[in-house]
Design a protein around this ligand. Structure first.
Ligand SMILES: [Zn+2]
Length: 621
């Protein structure tokens, strides 16, 4: 593999996150690289017209919907929405970081990359040497513990215990599970003999200092689970006791250290990347042991390390997929935690499903009882929509036999329904409530309108979670309303020509595009030009913050457009955009008019009627 070379640079390079590569270098390398060349290493591409097509490496498919544009130096899949420039491709395909992708292409193009320490992190640079020590110590210990568990008589009892808990040899090997001897200073002595400095090892969380200045082992007589960072380096351990005692915790984790920060680490992230891409979803557990026990059938599982999900975690997930399947414990605490996590995750634009465990089982219990295959089919693949989960959630702790309980439940459910964007989905759940509690649909609908009239009125798709699968381009544009096609055409023209961008800005005269994503791209694009960049779709997608927007931008950029566009054509598109806004306004007025009539305020209704006529006239102009 082409990665051999640069891995040797980065693996012992320590903390890469604090270093940056100058933007000019990033751009120079990108310009000297042909995206078609790079992608051809992984995908068979055939030229059709100006672009190349092939089978998408990010989702399973039989007919090619993956396209690469040599002119724009971008790729886009019309099937799953993957898209970006050459760096994005390598990051998504091989799960490497941005810096790693740049280094790799740098060595390919013969451009040397100067990695500057980030100015904000100058002090951390001096600590790099000790971090490097910490990494080496963790790596060495993980290997040693693993050897002790699998191959020695000292590890025999622990090994049998692990087998009795349902783990098999393959799982133990994949996750490099090990055994720390029940000794006070075995690890301390081992590290010392290998030349490690014990005060530094204390900082790494491996040993603890006594009052008399001597050091003892943090982990004693525990099954050791190495915790790896997003690059597969061991940065911490979790140790599980095999004979439960009253005064020791079942699991003992490394403390937070410079290398191990719980809010930035997801267990198994490194290993699961490929599966997450293929499955187009990620399974999120509460405990890392669930990841290991389910791994044989659920390769796309990750877990937080005893902490609730953080913004950084969500960012890490977002780099790979937009679909999260929550699989928390089946007890009340687990259900509460799922509800909280779903809020955090959907707030960041990701879609959530919930895998519901029967009874109060946790994933590991379920697998022990029914096996991994049943877990995959009955739990993960049968995960329910977030709405279905919320309806169940609101039943928790409510006595539906009493009137109070029923009212509380119905109003909580209606609040959730009010936030749904699809009319069909809304009706489905209203019908469900109506049937269950024998209340007429009309009165539920009336109550729904009271709760959140502004959410129930608009049919905008702003609230919809990011969509993973898209229809093929032709079909999509046929189904697309005229204003959306117009907005996309405008953006496509703006992306290839800076002057056009400013012309459109002037024509819009402060009006915003109707679709959120389109407006976001427009804003980023103008900022891109204003900071001195020239038109270049491949460079532009680089600055977009998430894959959802990138997918939009690359898809728009792949549209066939007339390069000689005139101001008149642009103006037509802008008029289409404005027309839609006027139509929305008319609809709004119409319902105000009805409302006034219902109140028997005929004077007001007539006034609104006049306004509507005026608006209609303006529309025809
Ligand atoms: Zn695809």
């Amino acid at each position: 593999m082409i990665f051999g070379e640069f891995y040797s640079i980065t693996i012992d390079g320590g903390v890469f996150v604090n270093e940056r590569i100058p933007e000019e270098t990033v751009e120079e390398i990108r310009r000297k690289t042909d995206i078609v060349d790079i992608i051809s290493d992984f995908v068979q591409l055939k030229k059709q017209g100006r672009n190349y097509f092939g089978l998408c490496p990010f989702h399973g498919e039989n007919s090619p919907s993956f396209s690469v544009s040599p002119d724009k130096q971008i790729f886009h899949c019309f099937g799953c929405g993957a898209g970006g420039n050459v760096y994005t491709f390598l990051m998504d395909h091989d799960g490497v970081t941005f810096q790693e992708a740049v280094l790799q292409l740098g060595s390919r193009t013969g451009i040397s990359v100067n990695v500057e320490p980030d100015k904000n992190n100058r002090s951390e640079q001096q600590e790099d040497i000790s971090y490097k020590n910490h990494l080496e110590a963790h790596d060495l210990l993980a290997k040693f513990y693993h050897h002790l568990l699998l191959n020695t008589s000292e590890g025999q009892e622990a090994l049998e215990y692990m087998y009795s808990r349902g783990f098999n040899e393959e799982q133990l090997k994949t996750f490099k599970v090990g055994w720390a001897l029940p000794s006070w200073d075995f690890t301390a002595q081992f590290l010392k003999n290998k030349g490690f400095d014990l005060p530094s090892m204390e900082q790494a969380g491996l040993v603890i200092k006594r009052d008399d200045g001597s050091y003892f082992d943090r982990f004693r007589g525990r099954v050791m689970f190495p915790i790896e960072n997003d690059r597969g380096q061991v940065v911490a351990f979790s140790g599980r006791i095999i004979q439960p005692t009253s005064d020791e915790p079942k699991y003992l984790n490394s403390p937070e250290t410079p290398l191990f920060q719980k809010n930035k680490l997801l267990f198994n992230y490194h290993r699961a990347r490929g599966s997450i891409r293929r499955e187009q979803s990620v399974v999120l557990y509460e405990g890392f042991a669930d990841v290991i026990s389910s791994n044989e059938y659920v390769g796309h599982g990750i877990a937080t390390m005893g902490t609730s999900i953080s913004d950084q975690h969500i960012q890490m997930i977002k780099r790979l997929t937009n679909q999260v399947i929550l699989c928390y414990d089946g007890d009340q605490a687990g259900v509460e935690a799922s509800y909280r996590a779903s809020k955090e995750i959907t707030a960041k634009g990701l879609a959530v499903k919930v895998a519901v465990l029967p009874g109060k089982l946790d994933p590991d219990d379920y697998i022990q009882k029914h096996g991994g295959k049943a877990f995959r089919q009955e739990v993960i693949d049968s995960s329910v929509s977030l709405m279905a989960f919320k309806m169940r959630y609101h039943r928790f702790g409510k006595n539906l036999q009493t009137e109070d309980g029923r009212i509380n439940y119905i109003s909580a459910a209606l609040k959730e329904i009010a936030f749904l964007s699809g009319a069909v989905e809304k009706e489905l759940y209203l019908k469900q409530l109506s049937d269950e509690f024998d209340i007429s649909l009309e009165s539920l609908q009336a109550q729904l309108n009271d709760i959140a009239p502004r959410f129930t009125k608009t049919n905008s798709d702003l609230r919809k979670p990011a969509v993973q699968t898209a229809a093929i381009p032709q079909r999509r544009s046929m189904l697309m309303p005229a204003y959306q096609t117009a907005e996309r055409r405008l953006l496509a023209h703006m992306m290839v020509n800076e002057d056009t961008a400013y012309t459109v800005q002037a024509l819009l005269n402060g009006a915003i595009l109707n679709k959120d994503e389109h407006q976001a791209i427009l804003t980023y694009l103008l900022a891109f030009y204003e900071s001195g960049h020239q038109a270049d779709p491949g460079a532009f997608v680089q600055i977009l913050p998430d894959r959802h927007l990138r997918a939009f931008a690359t898809e728009v950029s792949m549209m066939e457009i007339n390069p000689e566009v005139g101001k008149e054509e642009l103006n037509d598109y802008v008029l289409e955009v404005l027309k839609y806004q006027k139509m929305l306004k008319i609809k709004e007025k119409e319902s105000e008019e009805k409302e006034a009539e219902r109140r028997k305020d005929y004077r007001r209704a007539a006034e609104i009627g006049m306004e509507i006529i005026k608006l209609r006239k303006a529309l025809k102009r």
